[in-house]
Write a protein that binds this ligand. Sequence first.
Ligand code: UTP
Length: 286
Amino acid sequence: MSITKAVIPAAGWGTRLLPVTKTQPKEMLPVGGKPLIQFAVEEAAEAGITDITIIISPNRQAIIDYFAPAPDLAAVLTRKNELGLLNDLARLEDLANLTYIIQEEPLGLGHAVALAHATIGDEPFAVILPDDLIDHHESGLRQMLPIFIEYRTSVIAVETVDAQATRKYGIIRPERVSERIYKVDELVEKPSPEAAPSTLGIVGRYLITPAIFEALARTTPDSRGEIQLTDALTVLLTQQDIYALELQGTRYDTGEPLGWLEAQVAYGLKHPEAGERFRHRLRRLI
Ligand code: UTP
């Protein structure tokens, strides 16, 4: 049961990052000079995924353009003998087979994933939320794949969240299997701290069996009219086991301004050439 397909939902409005997201999908925001969508596509490719469906919103061409050939720019770079840059651009076109599906209205993450049924078909697949950036030498997907292979069922990524922040996450009721691995007994979408069954919150990496599509079709929209992936996973849980892996590494929620800024600083400090100078300048600032 290998996984060769992934869905990257990138059709949200990114309202927490307005005004820049008025014209740019938040997935095009850079961290350390590279847009979030590229981190997601590279993570998938590096985990052996060859076919990626990106869900985009209407009239937002930036992501499509980003991975498409740019002959005019290539001609300029050739003239300037910028071979390194030319290689970087060519690499972008070869990372994976990309297919784009338009989500006409932002009707929720579950709705976005359901749109990919046509391209995913009857195979297990990965879902990567590009705004959750996970900084670790082994990517989120790479950490999860062995669990998927061992248990042959859906695996979701979790992390321990601040007890006061459970309202922002899908929270699991965990049954400990071994270090960092849990069997999921229940999923609760955005519970209050008092109602939360644990502080293990779902973060943006999933390996899911294709049964999710039927579960999504049976999932009713929430009070805001959105179809939530967590609610569909609750439906799926009535049919199959789901495991959760507590990821190693630091997660940055780049979908909110402070998380994005924090990621910028962290990746800036790691920069091989400019990192030390940046550290020095930061010290002066503080
Ligand atoms: P978020 O809830 O973080 O994205 O969705 P958002 O709605 O854009 O954020 P705010 O609250 O308005 O600031 C998580 C992921 O799911 C995608 C987003 O693009 C993001 O990658 N998404 C969300 C969709 O593709 N479609 C949707 O209808 C909702």
